[in-house]
Design a binder for this molecule. Structure first.
Ligand SMILES: *Cc1c(COP(=O)(O)O)cnc(C)c1O
Length: 374
């Protein structure tokens, strides 16, 4: 269709003019924090495999064995024949780890959020979320058809005001650790507000789990009735989950559309996550290392002390961020540029992340390369 391609081309040209067109770059991850791109071996400083378990021998072996024994795909939704026993085992292991009554797996963290919010809030209700929440929390809020109130970043007073004005049931959504800035949400204050006003607090801790709180995340010690996580970051696999009460999980098994109308996780993905969880629990020093390295990096560059393994180097314009990223790549370090609309206009950045598999020398090498940028 001519009009269709003309539409796509016009949009692409407009994005390219603003340096916002995105392109894939085939990349082979070959081991902890190392990858090959364009024939060159690079140290990766922008991934989310924080505990460096995607290449751990026990995790790889678990996935291989599950695929060999149980096949490569689930074959159907969980409610039909896709509920391999490994899925229930993983849910039980995650629930025990996070000290929650129940866990429900989803196909990804994105699918979890997009399924959970519309199952708990609808027209007449109010969903309050932080302006810097992950895109999938916004998507879930919009799909719910509740009134959506976006509050300024980390502004507890604005959340209180929104809750005072809310109609129907209020649901408050936040990242635990904000994915592009690495800062921690004001979770204690939000939890207190929500308890006082009978609002339901949902925390997406994709970047806290595995690294903070001895691996148990940014919410340890905070009453959070709805805790969302992913299997795709520290748990070195693919998938997402909700940890909540048995009542909530039971309801969502019938009502979360991204759980009902989609294929179950491949058994190998569940097996890998189970094995990764065992390593995480057995090796707390592995969980602690990403933050130790982030602090080493920040201290060397006289940046504020990071709260997580995510350290943003805000550059400003799209073109400048792309150029800085290209220079680091030439020096052997991959730090992808993050541009709008992922971050606000004028705050394009290098989002530097640290993983257990980085050596001290890797980090010091990056420090030297960033110093040359300044
Ligand atoms: C990465 C991320 C997700 C998406 O998780 P996937 O399992 O990759 O779909 C959700 N929320 C936050 C905050 C994230 O950073």
């Amino acid at each position: 269709m001519k009009s269709l391609d003309a539409f796509a081309d016009a949009k692409r040209v407009s994005l390219a003019r603003r340096r916002r067109l995105r392109a894939l770059a085939p990349t082979t991850r070959v081991g902890p924090a190392h990858l090959i791109r364009n024939g060159r071996r690079l140290v990766e400083f922008c991934g989310n495999d924080y505990v460096s378990l995607t290449h751990h021998p026990a995790v790889v072996a678990a996935a291989q064995e599950a695929a060999a024994r149980f096949g490569t795909g689930a074959g159907a939704s969980r409610l039909v024949t896709g509920d391999h026993p490994l899925l229930g085992q993983l849910e039980a292991a995650l629930a025990a780890w996070l000290e929650r009554p129940a866990v429900m797996l989803f196909g990804s963290g994105y699918l979890a959020n997009v399924g959970i919010v519309p199952a708990l809030a609808g027209p007449g209700d109010t969903v309050v979320l932080d302006a810097r929440c992950h895109a999938c929390l916004f998507a879930g809020a919009q799909l719910s058809r509740a009134e959506v109130v976006v509050t300024p970043h980390a502004d507890v007073q604005a959340v209180a005001t929104a809750l005072d004005a809310a109609t129907g049931q209020a649901l408050v959504l936040t990242d635990g650790i904000f994915s592009m800035d690495g800062d921690r949400a004001p979770l204690e204050a939000l939890a207190g507000l929500c308890e006082a006003r009978d609002a339901w607090l949902m925390v997406d801790d994709a970047h806290g789990l595995g690294v903070l709180g001895h691996g148990r995340g940014s919410t340890v010690g905070v009453p959070v009735p709805l805790l969302v996580g992913t299997l795709s970051k520290s748990l070195a696999s693919y998938g997402g989950f909700l940890a909540a009460s048995a009542s909530v999980v039971d309801l969502l098994r019938s009502r979360a559309r991204t759980g009902v109308y989609t294929t179950g996780l491949p058994p190998a993905s569940a097996a890998a996550a189970l094995a990764a969880l065992q390593v995480l629990q057995a090796e707390p020093e592995r969980c602690a290392r990403p933050l130790v390295l982030a602090r080493r990096f920040a201290a060397a560059l006289e940046l504020p002390e990071p709260a997580s393994p995510i350290v943003p180097l805000v550059v400003g314009g799209e073109a400048e961020a792309l150029a800085a990223s290209a220079r680091l790549e030439a020096a052997g370090f991959l730090v992808t540029a993050i541009r709008p609309p992922t971050v606000a206009v004028g705050t394009s950045r290098l989002r530097v992340t640290f993983a257990a598999g980085h050596t001290d020398d890797d980090v010091d090498g990056l420090v030297a390369a960033v110093r040359r940028e300044r």
